[in-house]
Ligand binder design. Structure first.
Ligand code: HEM
Length: 397
């Protein structure tokens, strides 16, 4: 079997192939990806959290580039190297502790009324015929994360533009001209904005996350200026497209199932378990990348230090050894131990916020629009890392 995630049929529906791999070849080496593809629940869970795997893939990639390319990407690599999602212990442990001091559960709970108000307003913009991604799914997480950080809302389009440029490096843009220069310029511009905001908040702290990051202390330690900028960029990135994808793949379940829609509309108490099921079944996480840190054997194969690995979260979330009726959408499912937010030391720091947005938005959309349907072709993101729609024409009535 050859796993080719660039095949349009596999992008539209990756599951038949992923589940066949899970059954027949759980540690598969894909020549196309030059990487191992793991699809079983226990293997994916272990790969996400175990010390024989490393998350530090930025530095090895950078070191392997020719010198002239290195200088083109230096500006973006400087910040990505400070993202805790790409750091192993002990640097990860230190940064995570500092960030967690600021990113508290209370900060998220306090956001609920603001999220509800935003959802109500955006639903009115999206009512009728529109591309739901542009009118709703992209905008809600963008506005929420900017409010949380303390970035003025009018900066939305500018910030989105810089993020898109940075994606040219972080994502898998194959043939875009000048992609490295553009990604670095995007990083520089975004860093400039956060540098200014940090300076303002040092003089006059507010209740936003930037101020909380500045104030975060662990013993005598605190984040440096560059670490603060990197943390703000990571939160902006981590919290935006992932949640957009939850709102798109999540709404698909209800667009296709009027009975589920009616049930969620009538019973807001189901919002939490319905959102967990949207996260699990064809949810927003496709896979997470790792590098093998120590040689080890898996299902009769040897994974060697330096090999690349893709832990296929969406496949693990449908492993029959971990879930009853794994292919069925059951919004009352209990003990839903999906791996969509990762597992272990890198478990998503924004999970509570993503859950809040999913719960409020999906329940309100079902209640406000009893009559909703897909009206045009669905365009999926062409990446195996994230699962979500780029375009989703709908009628919401
Ligand atoms: C549905 C939405 C989301 C999904 C599916 C998601 C998924 C994930 C996953 C799978 C990881 C683990 C990465 C790894 O193991 O390599 C992660 C980490 C992270 N997420 Fe999320 N995330 C979401 C929303 C958010 C939000 C809203 C924020 C911020 C407000 C956020 C911030 C982060 C950060 C900072 C990390 C790095 C944690 C670490 O390395 O210790 N995420 N996320």
């Amino acid at each position: 079997m050859i796993y080719d995630p660039t095949d349009p049929a596999i992008i539209a529906d990756p599951y038949p192939q992923l589940l066949a791999l899970q059954a027949e070849e759980p540690a598969h080496f894909s020549p196309k990806l030059k990487a191992w593809v793991l699809t079983r629940y226990d293997d994916v869970k272990r790969a996400l959290g175990a010390p024989e795997m490393s998350v530090d893939r930025i530095q090895p990639f950078y070191r392997a580039l020719p010198q002239e390319t290195q200088s083109k990407v230096a500006e973006i690599v400087k910040y990505l190297s400070l993202w805790l999602v790409f750091r192993d212990p002990p640097e990860h442990t230190r940064l995570r502790r500092l960030m967690a001091k600021a990113f508290t559960m209370k900060a998220v709970v306090d956001l609920r009324p603001g999220v509800e108000e935003l959802v109500d307003g955006l639903m009115e913009d999206a009512a009728g015929d529109s591309d739901y991604i542009a009118t709703f799914a992209m905008r809600l997480p963008g506005l929420v994360i900017m409010d949380l950080l303390g970035v003025p809302r009018e900066k939305m389009d500018e910030v989105k533009g810089w993020s898109d440029e940075m994606q040219l490096f972080i994502g898998s843009a194959q043939n875009t001209p000048n992609k490295y220069e553009r990604a670095s310029a995007g990083a520089k511009a975004m860093a400039g904005l956060f540098r200014e905001l940090i300076e303002d908040r040092r003089k006059a702290p507010t209740s936003d996350l930037i101020s909380a990051f500045i104030a975060a202390r662990e013993a005598d330690d605190q984040m440096s200026e560059e670490e603060l900028i990197a943390a703000c960029m990571l939160v902006l990135f981590g919290g935006h497209e992932t949640t957009t994808n939850l709102l798109s793949t999540g709404l698909m379940k209800f667009l296709n199932d009027p009975a589920a829609r009616e049930r969620l509309a009538a019973d807001p108490a189901l919002a939490a378990s319905a959102t967990e099921e949207c996260l699990r079944l064809d949810g927003p996480s496709g896979s997470m990348a790792r590098l093998v840190a120590e040689d080890h054997d898996l299902h009769g194969k040897t994974l060697k230090a330096g090999d690349r690995v893709f832990a296929m979260i969406n496949a693990a979330n449908q492993d029959p050894s971990a879930f009853d009726r794994p292919g069925e959408f059951d919004m009352t499912r209990e003990r839903n131990k999906h791996l969509t937010f990762g597992y272990g030391p890198h478990f998503c720091i924004g999970a509570a916020l993503a859950r809040l947005e999913g719960e409020v938005a999906l329940q309100k959309l079902c209640a406000r629009f009893p009559d909703m349907s897909v009206t045009g072709p669905l365009v999926w993101h062409e990446t195996m890392i994230m699962r979500g729609l780029r375009s989703m024409p709908v009628s919401l009535r």
